[in-house]
Design a protein around this ligand. Structure first.
Ligand code: DX5
Ligand code: ZN
Length: 228
């Protein structure tokens, strides 16, 4: 049985454009093109050199994005002890905040804190993390992100073995009505299987911002692949 989805995500699959692969010297242009192509949200990959090796961006980028787009800003926190920074990201304009369960001793409290800030609260599951990590979090969980690469870098190969995790997660959280994203290696080739496995949101960086056909067409190509 399929759980009901929250109204804002009902119906069709959503596409989140990850600016990790965007040309940051022309961020407004890149985001504008993704928006014109039909992206439903902008995904911001925050890395701290602790939870994952690279260091990327923080609240100042979220704040800048908030001024150049009306799309929801989906912020993926790949950082140690995310509880230290929730307020800063909420204040900067994040619409949703995802944390990794390994990054905090208190995932339930962190999700409650995110919600209290008026932001959607999510858990991101590494390829090596089972859906059971969410088993006791359903009452404070708006969404889950199944990672189809090990986090840290754009442009990695899609790990198809994680796909059954989406169904396992929904079965585990029987009365849960949140949305499930998939993040990593999403392309026109992998979007179809991801949607067939139950993904509601497709996160893509390189397939959108590095696509030879251009950003707008790349978003449209992903949407077409998601429908097929
Ligand atoms: C990986 C990030 C992803 C990344 C996806 O650590 O969480 O969001 O930007 O990049 P692609 O789509 O190129 O695999
Ligand atoms: Zn991400």
């Amino acid at each position: 049985m399929t759980a009901p989805r929250p109204p804002v995500y009902e119906g069709h699959v959503r596409i989140a454009a990850s600016i990790l692969s965007a040309d940051l010297t022309r961020l407004a242009e890149a985001v504008g093109a993704a928006e014109r192509g039909g992206a439903d949200m902008i995904h911001v990959d925050v890395m701290d050199g602790c939870f994952v090796p690279p260091i990327t961006m923080g609240p100042v980028i979220v704040e800048a994005l908030r001024r150049i787009t009306t799309l929801p800003l989906d912020v993926h926190l790949m950082i140690c002890r995310p509880e230290r920074h929730l307020e800063a990201f909420a204040r900067a304009g994040a619409s949703s905040l995802a944390v990794h369960p390994e990054a905090t001793a208190h995932p339930h409290r962190v999700l409650s804190q995110i919600r209290a800030l008026g932001v959607q609260a999510g858990i991101a599951l590494n390829p090596g993390t089972p859906p059971e990590a969410c088993a006791e979090l359903g009452d404070v969980l708006d969404f889950a992100v199944v990672m189809s690469v090990n986090p840290g870098y754009a442009g990695q190969a899609f790990l198809a073995g994680v796909l059954p995790k989406i169904g396992r997660l929904r079965a585990l959280l029987a009365d849960w009505s949140g949305w499930v994203g998939i993040d990593g290696g999403i392309s026109p080739q992998t979007a179809g299987p991801a949607v067939a496995a139950g993904a509601d949101v497709l996160v893509a960086a390189s397939a959108i911002f590095n696509a030879p056909l251009g950003i707008e067409s790349a978003v449209a190509a992903l949407r077409a692949a998601a429908r097929s």
